[in-house]
Write a protein that binds this ligand. Structure first.
Ligand SMILES: [Zn+2]
Length: 478
């Protein structure tokens, strides 16, 4: 308690983007190694991040890990570590395991690091010779740049710690939406250099891919889904883009027609019946399939689905930034603590609700391919059947996946054992470097100073574990 201690707090800088907590754990280790390399005698790094440790102790697997986490940081760590085993593991959260009098030096260090990370200096008064240094991720990375390695940054200097493959794919998808915005504004006849608000850019592509289940859909269903998601059907309002004489009134109710009209506005009896059944299904789910702790979140979601000006985007999955903003505002009123567990429960609720809405979107759009006086192929009854069928299919797929995952884990364990790396437990999901936080249920996401909404959307993004451009086969969607 009386030896001199220096702490370095690396706060996240907005110029650095990380898609999970894992690269930040790596960054801290690399910073530690860098300091150690400057001070002979200072040679031991202790971390509670087991995933990082495993990774750094097996550089021969760099290629395997390369597309999962940030290659540049791993390379820097390996270069600095010079292949010597200077990093060791310590168990996290000694305060929940042992009485303070029984803490080892590592336990004390771990506790101090945890408190400093959240800026809670008040809990550390018993450490008499404690010195604090505050810095940020941007400055640390800038300093590390003199090691012979590299990082990815955007034109305005924002550094991205996401895996490379992910970056490339996200970029491709982003370019597609930006391109659409250019045409969108051209078509509306705006001046070339007039300021234009984004219409298609900045939407939640991965969320759409997840709720439309594009990862498992066949080609026909994927094509149909994409026509709805990107408003590509050959409906009158889209035909009118080529021929201004085409009338864009809804054939069924005479109002101005559009994707929004079709999904949430049209009051024609056939569409309304399906939509009402969908909303009733969603309401029932949010009331009876959501536990008490998440009831307020469910209420908020239902309010958005029924009243938000962009509610039609919840049917397509491409949330606008306004819609996300209103979700964030609603959440800030709940005054809840965002734990990893809670975020994952909310994500499940969001995905399940979104999937009900996509079924309605399919039916509503299907009705448009029938004559008004024909017997409707899509009714409240058929909607109910489709939902039941989709849920049965999904449950079947989930149990298939669970079996596969079990097999893969066993295989992974065998492989690691043969390399002599791990032989005790198979890697659990919490140890996966892509998982958020340290897997300890008591750790809270807001302690990591994450913007909550980003985290929620990150979780949505990670859940898909499929890449955006593959899911949408961007080349084909024009
Ligand atoms: Zn109508």
């Amino acid at each position: 308690m009386n030896e001199p201690i220096i702490t370095v707090r690396i706060q996240n800088d907005e110029r650095v983007v990380a898609s999970s907590a894992f690269p930040l754990e790596l960054l801290a280790i690399v910073a530690g190694l860098r300091i150690a390399s400057k001070r002979p005698g200072l040679r031991k790094i202790v971390t509670d991040c087991e995933a990082a440790l495993k990774l750094l102790s097996s550089p021969e697997k760099l290629n395997y890990w390369g597309n999962k986490a940030n290659v540049a940081l791993i390379k820097a760590a390996i270069a600095l570590n010079e292949g010597k085993g200077n990093i060791e593991h310590a168990h996290s959260h000694p305060e929940s395991r042992l009485h303070k009098t029984r803490w080892t030096r590592n336990d004390n260090g771990n506790f101090i690091a945890d408190r400093v990370a959240v800026g809670d200096y008040g809990s550390l008064s018993e450490y008499k010779q404690l010195n604090f240094i505050e810095t940020n991720t941007f400055d640390v990375i800038t300093d590390l740049a003199c090691i012979q390695t590299w990082f990815i940054a955007s034109d305005d200097g924002v550094i991205n710690l996401s895996p490379l493959v992910e970056l490339a794919q996200a970029n491709e998808a982003k370019l597609y939406l930006a391109e659409r915005d250019v045409w969108h504004h051209k078509r509306l006849g705006r001046e070339k250099d007039a300021p234009v608000e984004a219409f298609w850019s900045d939407r939640t592509l991965q969320h759409a891919a997840v709720i439309w289940e594009l990862g498992t859909a066949n080609t026909k269903n994927t094509a149909r889904a994409q026509r709805i998601i990107f408003d590509k059907h050959w409906h009158s309002w889209n035909q009118a883009k080529a021929d201004a004489d085409i009338k864009t009134m809804c054939e069924r109710c005479g109002e101005e027609d559009s994707l929004r009209h079709l999904l949430v506005e049209c009051q024609h009896v056939h569409g309304k019946e399906v939509r009402d059944e969908c909303i009733a299904t969603v309401r029932h789910d949010l009331l009876y399939n959501v536990n008490m702790e998440n009831r307020e979140f469910a209420d908020l979601l239902f309010t958005l689905i029924t009243t938000d000006p962009d509610k039609h985007c919840m049917y397509t999955g491409l949330w606008t930034s306004g819609l996300r903003q209103r979700l964030a505002e609603g959440l800030s009123c709940l005054q809840t603590k965002y734990t990893k567990k809670k975020l994952e429960e909310w994500k499940k609720i969001l995905v399940r609700t979104g999937q009900t809405l996509t079924q309605a979107a399919r039916s509503l759009s299907g009705l448009r391919f029938q004559e008004v006086d024909e017997m409707p192929r899509h009714t409240a009854m058929s909607f109910k059947e489709r939902i039941a069928e989709a849920r049965k299919d999904k449950a079947g797929r989930k149990s298939e996946q669970a079996k596969k995952r079990k097999k893969a884990l066993a295989k992974k364990k065998n492989r690691l054992t043969s390399l002599g790396l791990v032989n005790k437990n198979p890697l659990s999901e919490d140890e996966n470097p892509l998982s958020l936080g340290d897997g300890n249920p008591s750790s809270t996401v807001d302690e990591h100073a994450h913007n909550f909404l980003d985290t929620l959307l990150d979780l949505l993004e990670l859940e898909g574990s499929q890449n955006v451009s593959e899911a949408f086969s961007i080349g084909g969607v024009t």
